[in-house]
Structure formats: C-alpha cells, structure tokens
Design a binder for this molecule. Structure first.
Ligand code: AHR
Length: 504
C-alpha cells in the first residue's frame, strides 16, 4: 500500500484555470475531418453536413478551442482550395499523409462547425511551402469586415460577418525533418518574425504562436526555442510544445510517469524563453501553447505509400485503454499546475485520429477511455489553480528513477454569490501498477467544506478498451472510500487510477 499526504492551501495560487487549456485539434488527416466531424450522408447530419452525434460528444467533452487544419498537413496546404463553391474545389495531394484531399471542407466550413460546437478556432498558416503573403491573405479573408477583394470573397462565399480568429499558429513543427518545407531555427525564426509583424499590421490584437520543438527529445530542443525567440520575441505571444507518450518497449511504469517528462518539457521551455527575455532585456513573458499532446502508440503507424493515395484512410486510430486514460488525466494535472505559463493546449486530435471520440462511417460514435478524465477536468476545474503540497511514497521507473506514486492538483473557485460556498476540485492519480494508495488531504486552510462528489476511473484490467459495442462497461465510478472529517479528506486510490474529488 502506498501512502500520500496532501495539503491544499488557498495561499498557493499558481494562476487562473484557463479555458484554452482544454483545446483539441482537427487535422485533415485520416478520418478526422471526413467521416469524423463531416459526413453529409450520416443519419445525424445537420445543416452544413456535420455529424450531429460528433457535435454532441464534442460539447460533452468540454473542448474550448480547436487547432486547424494541421499538423503536418498544413505545411503544403493552399487555403484558397477550400473556399468557394464546393463542386469547383480542386482535389490535391496531401503530402504529409500520402492521401487525397478533396477540399470539401475548408476554412468557412470549419468556422461554421466551430459555431455549432461553441468552440473558439485556432488557425495554423502554412510556413512550409508558402509564406508571409498567403498568411496575410488568409488573415484578411477571415478577419477583415469587407470592402477588399479577399473580405468580399468571404462574404460572397456566405460568411457575411468576419470570422474574427484571434489565435494563430505560425506553421507547424518546422523543426522536424519530416515537415514539408522544414527549416533551420534561424530560417524559421526570421520567417516567423516577419510573418507575425505583417499579420499584426493587419490585426494588432492577435495571439500568435511560434513553433517550438516537436518533442523534448529533438536534438535541437532548447537551442531551437532560443534561436526562434531571439528573432521573434517581440512579435509573438507563445511558443508551441508537442509531446506524445506510449509505453515504449512495454515499460508501463515509465509510461504512467509520462507527466514527469511533460513537467520537464514545460519547465525547460519556460527557462529558455526567460533566458531570451533576460538577454533581450524585455519585461514581457512568452507563454507556452502545448498544442499537440496525447498518448500515441507510434509503433502501429501505417501510412499509405507508393501509388496508393487514398481518400480519408484509417490512420493512427489508436484504441485507448484505462491505463492510457490515467496517463491523459495525469498530463492534464501537469498542464494545470503550469497554468502560470501554459496559456493554451490542444489534445491531439479530436475524432478518430488518436482521439477521444471515435466514429463508424455511416454508423455509431462513441467515447474512448481518454474522453472521461478530459471531460471531467474540463467541466470542474474552475477559478484558480492551487499547487498542493504532495508527500507520497515512490514507485521506481526506468526512465525517471523514483517518482511519487500519487500526483495531484487542485482548483478553487469562489461561490456564485458572496455567501455561497467555495468550490474545490482535486484531481489525483495513483501511478503504481500494483498497489493501492491511502491518501489524506488536509483542507483545514479552507474551512467549512463538504464532500460533494468523489469519482475514480480504474479497472481490474487496466488494458480494458472501449469499443462501439461496449463503450460504457468502465466509466468513472463513485469512490466509496472517500470521507471528510475535521477538514481532512481520506480516500483510497486503486492502482493505475485517475480520480476527481469535489468539495463545496
Ligand atoms: O497529430 C498527428 C501529427 O503529429 C501532426 O500532424 C504533427 O504535427 C505531429 O507530428
């Protein structure tokens, strides 16, 4: 049995819970768009050809922002192909995914879908095969009210009001040799800076994200961030980070501790950005957009090759286990505890492609295991993020050495009225493969709390996976061991589990 003692104190505020932490990602890749969000012949299809069942699950997931249209796809994308009458749009090759892109869905359809889903868009511009001018054109098409060729083109295409997109990514993973139009840090830094400067001439209040590293294991990691920010510091707001985790070689203990790597990644990017700040003698701080993160079993990746250029092929449709969901929950804990510097994040991706939502073409849609910790954290994390003091017995891992078995973060929101009770949400994981954890949490510094709800997501078989036939056998369940007395919460966490406790 593991033991953990946690103290939650309202004095230890990290920063606000940011809605943009709960973003996701829709790429023209595999079946994310076609038969994912868009399927005009589907029985649930709504106006515009969007799947109604996916829209409903997207709302339930609690997604705040969606990054679009890629990913690697964006680096050879011509946005103009995706606007205007659908029947005249050209079919193109998607170089990134060796697929056929019919362009039936483009920026106007995506904006219409965002409105239906109640989501804020985050657009990426192509800095691989294209550059500053095309980025400016897309910005003008989207955000300028009218009276210019591009803004009138948007209006003629049915979007009278500007899309008013605030969040923009300046390319995607430009550090990666696999990226179409891959660049050195210096080349990219210059291009990102010039593109950002020009975009601000058109619309000064944009939030702009420069590409950081595709992984903290890239050889250029940190040197890349340093060089890019040295060029672009004054004209960008955030630098991106991407990370995907899986149990390499079956090493489950290290996999469950993936948040240790995410903590390291975030802390290192913050340190690098702040060192550029010091070198440039600036006061402004650059934050992080963690705009691709998830569990991804890259071992199973099978992309089309040769003369095979299929339309919407099955690509990286990973089926997630309960253990994977625990890792996703623990990565959310890491993102929240860095809310002072992580300004936005996107679970990659939303539908079918390494996704919390799965669909059958023409058929059912269902929730994967990773859906549950994301949806509950998004729904109940509110107010300020508090850093709890966690003392826990440790588990041994090959990659990270001894790590605390229990990890946690808390949020504290004021009541709706002055006299209404404060709302606390505590998110916890037990990363031990075999042992339960007995946890005591002191809330003595927040008097008058009552236990509202304690739920745990776990299963005797952590390898259990949801399917279209059975998505509901394993759901978050009330944790019957939870009790609160004299400001101290006691509960037991099963091995390989994610939990949420709410107090009010
Ligand atoms: O999310 C899948 C791919 O992973 C994205 O297209 C790319 O940016 C990353 O390498």
């Amino acid at each position: 049995m593991h033991h953990a003692t946690i103290t939650v104190d309202p004095a230890f505020v990290v920063g606000p819970v940011r809605r943009q932490t709960f973003g996701s990602f829709v790429e023209h890749m595999g079946r994310c768009v076609y038969t994912g969000i868009y399927e005009p012949d589907h029985p649930t299809a709504v106006a515009g050809g969007f799947r109604g069942d996916v829209l409903e699950l997207t709302r339930e997931l609690g997604v705040s922002t969606i990054r679009y249209p890629g990913g690697n796809f964006v680096s050879s994308y011509r946005w103009e192909d995706g606007v205007g009458p659908q029947e005249t749009r050209p079919v193109r090759l998607s170089l990134a995914w060796h697929s056929m892109e019919p362009n039936t869905v483009g920026v106007d359809e995506f904006m219409a879908w965002c409105r239906l889903a109640g989501i804020e868009p985050m657009l990426a511009v192509n800095l691989g095969t294209r550059g500053l001018e095309e980025a400016l054109d897309l910005l003008e098409y989207c955000n300028f009210p009218g009276g210019t060729e591009l803004s009138e083109r948007r209006r003629a295409n049915g979007s009278d009001e500007p899309h008013n997109v605030r969040l923009w990514c300046l390319g995607n993973e430009m550090d990666g040799p696999w990226q179409t139009g891959h660049k050195t840090a210096h080349e990219y830094g210059r291009l990102a800076a010039e593109t950002a400067r020009a975009m601000r001439q058109l619309d000064p209040d944009l939030k702009l994200v420069a590409c950081g590293s595709s992984s903290s294991t890239m050889e250029t990691f940190a040197a890349w961030e340093n060089a890019v920010l040295t060029e672009a510091y004054d004209v960008v707001d955030m630098i991106s980070a991407h990370a995907y985790y899986c149990p390499w070689g079956g090493d489950m203990a290290s996999f469950l501790a993936s948040a240790v790597n995410m903590d390291y990644f975030i802390d290192s990017v913050v340190a690098t950005a702040d060192s550029v700040r010091a070198a440039l003698k600036r006061t402004k701080r650059i934050n992080i957009s963690f705009d691709e993160w998830n569990v991804w079993y890259m071992e199973d990746m099978a992309a089309p090759t040769g003369s095979d250029w299929p339309f919407a092929p099955v690509l990286i449709e990973d089926r997630y286990s309960v253990a994977d969901a625990v890792v996703v929950g623990s990565l959310l804990i890491s993102l929240l505890r860095h809310t002072d510097r992580v300004e936005a994040a996107s679970l990659a991706q939303l539908v079918n492609v390494i996704a919390p939502i799965m669909t059958e073409p023409g058929g059912r849609a269902w929730r994967q295991t990773i859906f549950h910790p994301f949806a509950l954290t998004s729904r109940y994390a509110a107010g300020d993020v508090l850093r709890p003091a966690v003392q826990s017995s440790v588990v041994a891992t090959q990659q990270f050495g001894d790590i605390p078995a229990v990890d946690a973060v808390a949020t504290l929101a004021p009541g709706r009225t002055k006299s209404a009770p404060k709302q606390v949400a505590l998110f916890l994981v037990n990363r031990s493969l075999e042992e339960e954890a007995a946890v005591r949490v002191s809330f003595k510094a927040i008097p008058g709390l009552h236990l509202t709800e304690a739920v745990t997501y776990a299963h005797d078989d952590p390898n259990w996976k949801a399917s279209a036939d059975d998505a509901d056998t394993v759901l978050p369940q009330p944790n019957q061991t939870a009790s609160l007395a004299d400001g101290v919460l006691k509960l037991t966490l099963p091995p390989v589990s994610w939990s949420m406790v709410r107090l009010g």
